[in-house]
Design a protein around this ligand. Structure first.
Ligand code: LLP
Length: 415
């Protein structure tokens, strides 16, 4: 839920935001460690919480969640290296590699570090089995239906490239190469639709029975939603856990062994911990539309352009004047890029929308809320714009956990 800067118990409050603006030059990302800790606690019923680091992969964030006994999911060689350098141990199940392909370099790494592989294709199993008999594997199952907050994040069904369609075809490969099947995984992005979630749980039970292998884990994947808008529903974790716990117990009874329940959240743990602070550099009228232009674009925060995602926007005055939240005007908020799609107030499909915002002046700051997940990790260097800093708040202290990239660093790759 967007936390208003002047009405929040968290450290992402107006006082701290003003301090940060003074101390560091906007634009930058901020994360509040206490919010992440609180969210971790909410999932304590699950046997294993495995953080989907794609949502926020800064090694300082990874270290912080490691201290709370959270394990890690990696989806690339780069993410494996991030996990290792944050202190997650090889030769254990602290890191799991989830993907649909295994390129040569990554294959070498998972074998070398004995990192369990959550296979999303049969080819991965063959490639791994040939060089690493006995390797621990999971099967990521495509249950033939999907769900997601946008077409681009739907993870099941015929139009999805993710997971294995016929998991029973994996068993002969696992036997041939003496791989050790330890878990079944289904990431659907169920959200708060409990009817849909029940269907996913039933599907997990069906596949576990059909495969009838002595697995030790089932993973419910990620996809736990967070309320980006004030009227979005909050997920009922107890209900979510209960539905999966029933599935786990049925599978456990059928197989005659203990089954651990894993959850693999990204956004649930970090989205609400983060904000993006930008500065207003131009204000202009286009016909009847009032445009406010800031110094971050979709190269920084991509979600609105890619999915039409909503991020609440607050205004902090640059000249200490009182911001009257009740006196608003319809505003389009846009970035500096050379593309018309560089707009933060748009619907999926690209329709430009206006947002009722207080009267904004040049030099004011716009704060984008709930950007802790899929914010910094999805940034790019488009228009040769350097990556912006990341700041971590620990109580009322702040530290830079990623410095600003320089233009020289970008150019150096090409010299
Ligand atoms: N596990 C797997 C296998 C996944 O593919 C994902 C997300 C997660 C866990 C974590 O999902 P979460 O709990 O964060 O929803 N860039 C998009 C989301 C794409 C997610 C891709 N996979 C966004 O900005 O919303």
């Amino acid at each position: 839920m967007p936390q208003l800067l002047n009405n929040t118990e968290s450290n992402l409050n107006i006082k701290n935001v003003k301090k940060l603006i003074k101390k560091y030059q906007p634009p930058f990302w901020v994360y509040d460690s206490n919010i992440i800790y609180k969210k971790i606690k909410l999932l304590k019923q699950f046997d294993v919480i495995r953080f989907a680091q794609k949502s926020c992969s800064n090694i300082n964030i990874l270290k912080l969640i490691k201290n709370k006994n959270v394990k890690i999911d990696a989806v690339s060689l780069g993410e494996i290296e991030r996990a290792l350098s944050s202190g997650f141990k090889p030769n254990t199940n602290e890191i799991i590699f989830t993907a649909d392909i295994l390129d040569a370099e990554t294959l070498f790494k998972v074998v070398d570090c004995k990192i369990p592989v959550n296979a999303g294709s049969l080819d991965m199993l063959t490639q791994l089995g040939k060089v690493s008999p006995g390797h621990h594997v999971w099967l990521r199952i495509n249950p033939r239906f999907g769900y997601g907050h946008s077409k681009k994040t739907n993870t099941g069904g015929e139009n999805s490239k993710h997971g294995i369609w016929e998991p029973k075809l994996a068993i002969p490969i696992i036997k041939e190469y003496k791989l050790k099947l330890i878990g079944l995984h289904m990431h659907i992005g169920s959200g708060v639709n409990y009817l849909h979630l029940k269907k996913v749980c039933q599907s997990m039970i069906k596949y576990a029975f059909e495969l009838n292998q002595k697995i030790s884990y089932i993973s419910v994947g990620g996809g736990l939603p967070i309320p980006y808008k004030f009227d979005d529903k909050t997920i009922d974790i107890k209900k979510y856990f209960m539905l999966w716990d029933i599935a786990r117990k049925k599978i456990s009874k059928f197989l005659g062994k203990k089954i651990q329940l894993e959850i693999e959240p990204g956004r649930f743990l970090v989205a609400e911990s983060g904000i993006l602070i930008s500065r207003v550099w131009a204000i202009k009228k286009m016909g009847n539309k009032n445009f406010v232009l800031v110094d971050v674009g979709f190269n920084d925060l991509m979600r609105p352009t890619l999915y039409g995602s909503y991020h609440h926007i607050s205004v902090v005055s640059g000249d200490n004047r009182y911001i009257n939240e009740k006196e608003t005007i319809d505003t389009v908020v846009a970035g500096p890029l050379c593309e018309s799609g560089d707009i933060f107030t748009q619907k999926e499909g690209g329709t430009v929308q206006t947002r009722k915002l207080p009267i904004i002046k040049l030099g004011d700051y716009l704060i984008f809320h709930d950007t802790g997940a899929y914010g910094a990790t999805m940034s790019s260097n488009y228009n040769t714009r350097p990556l912006i800093p990341e700041i971590l708040l620990k109580n009322n202290d702040s530290i830079i956990i990623r410095r600003r990239q320089t233009i020289e660093e970008i150019l150096s790759l090409e010299k």
